[in-house]
Design a protein. Sequence first.
Length: 218
Amino acid sequence: MKILLLEDDPILSDILLCHLNRHLHQTTHFSDGQSASDALSTQKFDLLILDINVPKLSGIDLIKEIRTYKDTTPAIIITAFQDTAHLKKGFENGCDDYIKKPFDLEELDLRIKNIQKRFNLINEQAIIIDSHLSLMASKNRLYVNEIPYTLTRKECKILLYLSNHKSKVVSSEELMQNLWDYDEMPSEATIRVYIKNLRTIIGKDKIQTVRGNGYIFE
């Protein structure tokens, strides 16, 4: 799914981005409500995950704003507030679910799955990587100029992670920490094999090696 994440806590936002990327969601992060509002005026998302207490425009005010424009994108509010007043205000202004901090990532997964069922978001749309590449993440299927190729689950995750961090050098260690569990860490040689397989399909120039530092998706 294509998810908009509004969260100003840098540690929590990193954890959520890592987790959502690991589950092959295409996630765009904003740390203030106005930037998120600007993005919603030009982009379509499948789900909004919004913190209430963020700069410039609160998560609740953002929902209220987009609902006046008949935007029905489902929204999950996350907040440290424990009172029912904020819960009531969130639902009155159009949120579809609510999760209180601190929360387990498994709880977030369950709430996302519930939203998928309620809003019939199970039928996945292709993630557009660029004008030549699109990805059906749940099926591990990559389309190169509309020609389908089947990837392994890890190849799919690596490609999505690199494409979500375009023009940034991503080290093997970063890939390991974000895409593998601690007890299944691969070797750097294994990472190189995955990269080689991806290059065979999408072309050598798309994923470049920065010697001694990692890989960059162009």
